[in-house]
Design a protein around this ligand. Structure first.
Ligand code: ATP
Length: 607
């Protein structure tokens, strides 16, 4: 089964150009100013050649000294004015060009982030968050040199080459053709080396993303790494992966270096070649070539091969950028499997009746179904506890209710309507989730609680904290609600984090609540607060509790025992003990392990 659909699209570079379109006036302006800047040395070479011509004619007595001096001054004045004036377009080119490039990268990065946010659980299961971060940040960054060089400098260089060649061919066809004699060598070098650079660039980016992924994973789990004393192993692994990356990077730089060395040697040879042949023509057929024109040809070789060299570099930059664009647009082409249906409606305010009817579900890329023909009815405003052995499918049931995944058969309805008929946003907006491991973000406690309802007033946040039995410990902190929490809220205890998560859910005030009970034991005082807060939160809502400690769910309206993806039994605590099936067994197990108090009724029922 396919994890996520990938759509067919036009070539990546063309799609990148769509991001450039809104800024084309800036790119055009920067190119124009750049052309002026690049043509300044061409103008200077022309002025120098003309000046040498004037001096030659003065030396031969063709021009009277005063006239020669005046001509020379005029020419040099033009040269100085052009050179000084070129500083303005040089500045404008850089500032306009940089702004346009940054804007394109920003738009692309924001769109990529927005697209990733829309993707479903299957996608996030398949991609590590560190590798995604690398794509969002560094791949889009890698496009900057390409955009700058391809879209601005590319045209500038092409423009200069055209102007210089037009000048050459209009003055002396033989020398013009001679100037181009080394060009095939340029093209050969580009073709031979660049495909390797492109291949390497893609490998480097892939490895870099993988390294970012594993590094983030290990840093986020530093407690586990330390607890198992694996710091040295992790450092060793990081250093091996980095060394491999550096090796690849060096190999790529070397290839690029070879290409540049050959090209710049050709550039230096070109004026010498022209001087040799031009000198021969000048000496033996002086009537066909003046000294001034020869100087212009020699000096302008740099203005011809320089742009060729930059176009060569552009190919390298393009090759590097291709890897990044490919990876970025592959994500853009990934479509979420779970999406709004064409005629999905805004969900009305839920009463909260949930019905699973004959639901069968297999995870993507998994042939064995995790839920099999599951039928489950949860009346509005009641509590259903899900119990059962690990891996039985309890969490999966809650994932389907929230439409994190698409099931293959059967239906799931809320208030009598299939949840696939509702817009996903309006469905999830009415479901609150208190996860097993609450995740807190970097920011203040107030911001963390308000995550449950953006724009909530400070009073509402405080009321939610009060109801979650969190107000007291928050207010005892120096900065109260303004206390900053680091990544994952490391400054808070497990019980405090859970109460913040419960406060979030209070603030959201959802009609349906999913409670994944914490497995880790809290100290008894925290436990009491958390339990009380949860019981308050469950009032007047439909609640599905994934229960790990059976002592906490004795008063649930109903308990469903799930095993191997099937509903084994359902009923109240007392009813299930009467049946003496899976639930009674689980109770017995937990009791013998000393994990729960002896449920009185169970003792009575089985004595
Ligand atoms: P626990 O009590 O340990 O949390 P559970 O009853 O909640 O377990 P689920 O987490 O729903 O069980 O998992 C049910 C089955 O689905 C397990 O076999 C698990 O390996 C599999 N499973 C869970 N998540 C995925 C996933 N993203 N991709 C593939 N298989 C998965």
């Amino acid at each position: 089964m396919e994890t996520n659909a990938v759509r067919k699209s036009p070539p990546h570079l063309i799609r990148l150009l769509r991001y450039v379109r809104p800024y084309w006036p800036s790119f055009a302006g920067a190119t124009l100013f750049g052309l002026v800047k690049f043509l300044t040395p061409v103008a200077a070479a022309w002025v120098t050649g003309e000046a040498v011509g004037v001096l030659q004619r003065a030396g031969q007595g063709v021009l009277p000294p005063e006239m020669a001096w005046t001509k020379l001054c005029h020419l040099l004045f033009i040269g100085i004015v052009v050179t000084l004036a070129s500083s303005v377009p040089t500045y404008l080119r850089s500032s306009i060009g940089a702004r346009a490039v940054q804007s394109v990268v920003r738009d692309l990065r924001c769109d990529l982030y927005a697209h990733i946010q829309k993707l479903d659980h299957a996608f996030f299961n398949a991609h590590r968050s560190g590798s995604l971060t690398s794509r969002i940040i560094s791949d889009s960054e890698a496009l900057q040199p390409f955009l700058g060089q391809a879209l601005v400098q590319g045209w500038m260089n092409a423009g200069v080459i055209i102007v210089v060649l037009a000048f050459f061919f209009s003055r002396n066809v033989y020398l013009a053709l001679l100037s181009l004699v080394l060009l095939p060598c340029h093209i050969f070098i580009q073709r031979v080396i660049n495909w390797r650079v492109k291949d390497n660039a893609r490998t480097i980016r892939d490895r870099l993303a993988a390294l970012a992924g594993s590094t983030q994973e290990k840093l986020a789990a530093s407690t586990v790494v330390k607890a198992f004393t694996r710091e040295d192993d992790e450092t060793q692994r990081f250093s091996e992966d980095s060394a491999e990356l550096i090796e690849l990077g060096i190999r790529n730089s070397l290839l690029g270096g070879v290409s540049q060395a050959v090209v710049s040697t050709l550039n230096s040879l070109a004026p010498l070649l022209v001087m040799l042949v031009g000198g021969y023509i000048g000496i033996f057929h002086s009537e066909t070539l003046s000294l001034g024109l020869l100087v212009q040809f020699v000096l302008m070789q740099g203005q011809l091969y320089g742009p060729f060299e930059r176009l060569n570099e552009l190919q390298l930059v393009t090759a590097n950028a291709l890897g990044a664009t490919e990876r970025i647009f592959t994500i853009f082409d990934t479509e979420p499997e779970v999406a709004d249906r064409p005629r999905a409606i805004q969900a009305p305010s839920f009463r909260g009746e949930i019905i699973f009817r004959n639901v069968t579900f297999a995870y993507p890329d998994n042939n064995t179904p995790t839920l099999i023909d599951l039928t489950l009815e949860i009346p509005a405003r009641t509590t259903l506890a899900l119990v059962g052995p690990s891996g039985g499918g309890k969490s999966t049931i809650t994932y389907l209710m929230t439409r994190f995944y698409e099931w293959q058969a059967g239906s799931i309805a809320i208030d009598g309507r299939d949840i696939r008929d509702y817009k996903i946003f309006s469905l999830r907006n009415q479901i609150g989730l208190v996860p097993q491991e609450p995740t807190l973000f970097s920011g203040t406690i107030e911001e963390n609680i308000a995550y449950g309802r953006p724009g909530a007033s400070p009073e509402a946040v405080r009321e939610a904290a009060q109801r979650a039995y969190a107000a007291e410990f928050i207010e005892s902190m120096d900065d109260g609600y303004e206390t900053m929490l680091g990544e994952r809220g490391v400054k808070l205890s497990g019980g405090q984090k859970q109460r913040i998560a419960i406060a979030r859910a209070f603030l959201k005030d959802p009609a349906i609540l999913i409670l994944d009970e914490a497995t880790s034991a809290l100290d008894s005082e925290s436990e009491r607060y958390v339990q009380q807060a949860l019981e308050d939160l469950m009032q007047e809502r439909t609640t599905v509790v994934i229960a790990h400690r059976l002592s906490t769910i004795r008063h649930a309206d109903r308990i469903a025992a799930i095993a191997a993806g099937r509903l084994v039994e359902i009923g109240s605590h007392d009813e299930l003990l009467q049946i003496d099936g899976l639930y009674a067994n689980l109770c017995r197990q937990q009791y013998s392990l000393g994990a729960v108090e002896i449920p009185e009724t169970w003792v009575e029922g089985t004595a």
